[in-house]
Write a protein that binds this ligand. Sequence first.
Ligand code: GRF
Length: 213
Amino acid sequence: MAKLRVGILISGRGSNMAALIDAARAPDYPAEVACVISNVATAAGLERARKAGVPTTVTPHKAFPDRESFDRAVAAELEKHDVDLVALAGFMRIQSPWFAERWKDRMLNIHPSLLPAFPGLRVQQQAIDAGVRISGCTVHFVTPDLDAGPIVAQAAVPVLPDDTAETLAQRILRQEHRLYPQVVRWYAEGRISLRHGRVTVENTPTLLFSSDP
Ligand code: GRF
């Protein structure tokens, strides 16, 4: 059966992108990474993608007069690579309503908190400042509202008393690298249903717990 073609959008390090590329190396993984697009020419993830033999493109947002014209250029690139599913992975641009509609129900994002708690930026520091004892990461469908689309799955980690934003980020990141490839697998297997803004995944627990605090 043809594999699902995933286009990954990045702006930086690209460790989630690398986790998806690595997962897709397994012959029985039902998705392949069709392309990686970055809005930042110096994103470290680009080099990792190139080394893995994945086609990469830089589409600098600054070269476009407005958000939608940038988004249209990104969409054209995704179409060129016959992408079925868009995976945002540390992509630091907010999507225009046009782009969100274009990829409605076919675009995922990973966010390093248990949404709807702590959307936006500096989320690990937000979690520490709030004194929560548990945090984690969320994979969700992307809608025009930032970090607010239907939740597909979450992974939970403890927040320890001496955590800094960095130590917490590392703990969460390890779970991100497990969770994102799993969700993309479920999507490729057609096991994710989205009804009235709520997601169910056939026969699968969609909450993971970290075993490595
Ligand atoms: C991750 O923590 C992800 O959840 C957030 O941005 C970070 C990207 O890291 N959206 P990387 O580029 O995947 O290493």
